[in-house]
Design a protein around this ligand. Structure first.
Ligand SMILES: Nc1nc2c(c(=O)[nH]1)N[C@@H](CN(C=O)c1ccc(C(=O)N[C@@H](CCC(=O)O)C(=O)O)cc1)CN2
Length: 279
């Protein structure tokens, strides 16, 4: 029977650990604040931003909320980031993605000081991760490593296949698995014979953004499957990139959607905020 990797429970445990640490930091006179910037009112982004603020409140981190209408200019946003970069009372800056089309996401991410880049998206953070130097780790991939470790799933020596090559999940995911001594393959939309590549995986990480795309034909018997996708299906139910019901009999372990990777993204953001305050 498959082991269901409970991201909700694991993230709750991490948040409890962080709450204790924050209490100790506060007792030593240190305050922690995260600036949370949202542009527009995309309903999914609003859910994630609210969950991030709730997590801050639970752990004892102050969240400073900046909400803007869709038509804020890029210059206004960059000015705010410059101001927040200079504030000593702000430990982390989060700009919820995606941004509206008239704003260049890359410019905005690059404007955040690497010392406050708690999302781990800045090129300096990604570069540091690549060569094993200190820096903030991208939250979703770091959360997946925690899910595997805390579920006692060994990465070292395993064939790890990451499907998807985005800057915020696929590429950093591959680097973190490599850091854990996995043998890593990145597959993507131009990969030839994706089924055969995926079927070679002991650990299959799926971040392709297509609902229920991965079925049992892509999965080896006994594989561990990590589903990064989040969509609404034809019945308006949340689902992932993996056809859960189709693969469940084949896998040794799997993350559900919801309740798998998603909550870990927020737990790792909190972890990065605390790390920022630790100094
Ligand atoms: N600045 C950022 N923007 C975005 C990131 C990010 O890490 N930083 N990642 C995604 C969205 N995301 C975090 O912001 C995120 C997605 C999903 C979840 C989550 O907990 N999902 C729940 C279900 C929630 C629901 O009811 O819809 C689950 O999977 O159980 C948290 C965070 C893009 N943007």
């Amino acid at each position: 029977m498959a082991f269901i990797i409970d991201g909700k429970a694991i993230s709750a445990k991490i948040k409890d650990e962080l709450k204790e640490e924050v209490a100790a930091l506060k007792a030593a006179g240190r305050e922690i604040a995260l600036a949370v910037i949202q542009v527009g009112s995309d309903p999914a982004s609003s859910v994630y931003v609210n969950n991030k603020k709730k997590a801050c409140a639970y752990i004892g981190i102050e969240s400073l909320s900046y909400e803007f209408a869709e038509d804020i200019t890029q210059e206004e946003l960059l000015e705010l980031i410059a101001e927040l970069n200079g504030r000593e009372d702000v430990n982390g800056i989060l700009v919820q993605l995606p941004l509206p089309k008239h704003i260049n996401e890359e410019l905005v991410i690059n404007a955040i000081s690497p010392e406050k880049d708690v999302d781990g998206f800045h090129p300096a953070s990604v570069g540091a991760m690549c060569i094993g130097q200190p820096g903030f780790l991208s939250c979703t991939p770091a959360g997946i490593i925690q899910l595997l470790k805390r579920s006692n799933i060994e990465i070292e020596g395993k064939n790890c296949v990451v499907i998807g090559r985005s800057n915020i999940v696929g590429k950093p995911m591959a680097l973190l698995l490599l850091r854990e001594n996995g043998t890593v393959t990145i597959a993507h939309s131009r990969t030839k014979d994706l089924k055969a590549v995926a079927k070679a995986a002991d650990i299959l990480i799926v971040a392709i953004g297509k609902p229920k795309f991965i079925n049992s034909e892509y999965v080896k018997d006994g594989a561990v499957v990590i589903d990064v996708g989040i969509h609404r299906d034809e019945n308006n139910k949340l689902c992932g990139d993996v056809d859960y019901d189709d693969v469940i009999e084949k896998v040794s372990a799997i993350t559900p959607v919801p309740g798998g990777v998603g909550p870990m993204t927020i737990a790792m953001l909190m972890n990065n905020c605390v790390e920022s305050a630790r100094g």
